[in-house]
Design a protein around this ligand. Structure first.
Ligand SMILES: [Zn+2]
Ligand SMILES: [Zn+2]
Length: 255
């Protein structure tokens, strides 16, 4: 990923702590528009300068062309308050070989998937397996991509519970691996909406940590009961894909 420094020199008499809160709100708008990744940035005040160091999927994620009206309005507001212009500088990449986000002209399909630790986009490209920056999708809701990010937070909360193993582990696991759970239903609705808006088939990733007796490879799709095993594993991760039900999954590591 890329790390940027967004900063603002305070040239007015505005209360600095108030401006810090408004700056924070700008960072929240960038996040809900899919322009920055992760839930919190290093943000600090040094003399008359407020700075923040967000992650992004693309080098130009923070370019004005990707802003929505909330981002633009908030930039305008803090610039007026501080009587100066914000500056955005790319500081570097997380890895030398970081290749960036999906740039496929026509992805064959998308997958809605996340886990407790990642700060990648919850949408990946089925063709290149890279993250899809949410701001590259058609506008999801007026104020950004919060419904998708809301599902992401719910999923990550469940995954954290099942990883920690002490509180609500079984409940959380069922949320993640049952297609009828509230979590899966919420995710499936999002997949349908993304597919409607983009015309790209969008699959829901169903977690699988069940104990199977017999040949798991040949177990049918849990929704329609048809054959769904892939001949070869996809992207080193997916072993099952149902074209009817638009779900993907993998062999259980528990069996
Ligand atoms: Zn791609
Ligand atoms: Zn199916």
């Amino acid at each position: 990923m890329y790390v940027h420094e967004i900063s603002l020199e305070i040239k007015s008499n505005v209360d600095k702590d108030t401006l810090v809160d408004d700056f924070n709100l700008l960072m929240a708008f960038y996040r809900s528009n899919g322009q920055t990744q992760g839930k919190i940035e290093s943000q600090f005040l040094q003399n008359n300068r407020i700075s923040s160091l967000p992650f992004s999927l693309e080098k130009d994620s923070l370019k004005a062309k990707n802003n929505n009206k909330y981002v633009n309005n908030q930039i305008e507001k803090i610039q007026l308050l501080a009587k100066s212009t914000i500056s955005i500088e790319t500081k570097g990449k997380t890895y030398k070989n970081y290749t960036g986000a999906c740039r496929c002209k026509k992805p064959e399909f998308y997958i809605l998937i996340t886990n407790y630790i990642t700060i990648e986009s919850p949408l990946t490209c089925g063709t290149c397996n890279n993250s899809v920056p949410l701001y590259t999708l058609p506008k999801y809701k007026d104020d950004g991509y919060m419904p998708i990010l809301g599902w992401e937070t719910n999923y990550q909360s469940c995954d954290s519970l099942q990883m920690n193993c002490e509180v609500g582990e079984r409940w959380a696991l069922n949320q993640m691996q049952e297609l009828s759970s509230q979590l899966s239903k919420q995710g499936v609705v999002i997949c349908k909406q993304i597919e409607e808006q983009t015309a790209v088939p969008t699959f829901y990733y169903l977690f699988n940590y069940k104990k199977y007796k017999g040949d798991e490879q040949n177990r049918p799709c849990p929704n329609c009961g048809k054959k769904w095993n892939l001949k070869t594993q996809l992207h080193g991760l997916y072993d099952f894909k149902c074209e009817n039900c638009k779900i993907v999954s993998n062999l259980s590591s528990y069996s």
